[in-house]
Ligand binder design. Structure first.
Ligand code: DP6
Length: 320
């Protein structure tokens, strides 16, 4: 039986994607910028099936209805796009806590797109793959590439894709993933951003904020100014979460631990350590730091939050 396996790494957005102007095509309102991470990834194997339905496995077990349905919807889309009739067996192994706000959908759909590309002999290059992965989950468009990546929001399917930013790859960045909670999140990114777009009176300001932060971030990367990278990323993440706090009804991904850790990170900075926070659609935090400071940051976090799970992450590679 022919099968193909692809590995894709997760990414953490330093300039966030939050809001779609086209839900079907997953076209965002704004560009976003991320760092692909080595330690968290998804490996996906696809094969043709003789059955009349798709079979979806997650971590060696039949996937939950919710996970299977999202995957099947994507397979339907791929079947339609490339005029394929057959069904598939999809085996996904997540080396990421699924749906804890750690972007498993990013590595997941990037790996699935990459694996189907080979299985179906589509011969897509990485730009085309980025567009295809985007249709599964927006942030997956960025997980096709390694290092720092920019997703161009575009106006249609053709113009919305990600590309690597190559001039910053030697910046000595490290991240500390701090996981308080690996339970499935209550509000998915898809639902959360839709609600913020529709109801936050502040959403109109978001594209301007992103444009400004993105320009400054590109400059900071160009200058290899890691402190500035951290500052801009933390500000941008908090601005994204402010959209949720100001939605109606308001909601938040933060737990009491999240808020407490934000204050603790400020204290680390007062001690002279390079430490800035970024947070996605869940209570867990990633701390942006440097090769010099990361061990001390990890030590301090582990001491202060003994039950939190901490992992040091380095820049990761493109799909393979
Ligand atoms: C907060 O890519 O998960 O992580 O396109 O609806 O699948 P969908 O959303 P998703 O959203 C990611 C949101 C974020 C910020 C980011 O990664 O840019």
């Amino acid at each position: 039986m022919t099968n193909t396996t692809t590995t894709a790494h997760t990414n953490i957005a330093l300039i966030k994607y939050w809001g779609k102007k086209d839900a079907q095509l997953r076209l965002p309102y704004t560009d976003s910028l991320s760092l692909t991470l080595d330690g968290y990834y998804t490996t996906t194997t696809t094969a043709f099936s003789d059955a009349t339905h798709d079979q979806i496995y997650l971590n060696k077990q039949l996937a939950s209805t919710k996970f299977a349905q999202r995957t099947k919807n994507y397979l339907d889309l791929v079947r339609q796009k490339y005029q394929v009739e057959q069904h598939f067996i999809v085996q996904t192994d997540n080396f990421v806590p699924t749906a804890a706000g750690l972007a498993s959908s990013a590595s997941g759909f990037a790996a699935l797109a990459g694996s189907l590309n080979k299985l179906l002999n589509l011969d897509l290059d990485n730009t085309q793959l980025s567009r295809l992965a985007r249709l599964g989950s927006g942030s997956a468009a960025r997980s096709i590439f390694g290092g720092f990546v920019r997703w161009y929001h575009g106006n249609d399917d053709e113009t919305s894709y990600a590309a690597p930013i190559n001039n910053a790859n030697d910046i000595p960045i490290r991240l500390l993933s701090v996981v308080f909670d690996t339970n499935t999140k209550k509000t998915t990114s898809t639902t959360g951003m839709e609600h913020a777009v529709q109801t936050s009176p502040y959403f109109v300001t978001w594209p301007q904020i992103v444009q400004q932060d993105l320009q400054q971030m590109l400059h900071a990367l160009d200058q290899k100014d890691l402190k500035l990278v951290g500052q801009i990323a933390e500000n941008n993440a908090l601005a994204m979460h402010a959209l949720n706090w100001t939605a109606r009804p308001a909601f938040s991904y933060f737990s009491a631990d999240t808020t407490d850790l934000l204050a603790f990170i400020r204290r680390l900075r007062q001690q002279g350590l390079l430490a800035y926070a970024t947070i996605d659609a869940g209570p867990n935090v990633k701390i942006i730091s440097s090769t010099d400071d990361i061990s001390v940051v990890q030590q301090q976090i582990s001491q202060h939050y003994p039950s939190a799970q901490t992992t040091i992450l380095k820049p990761g590679t493109a799909i393979h």
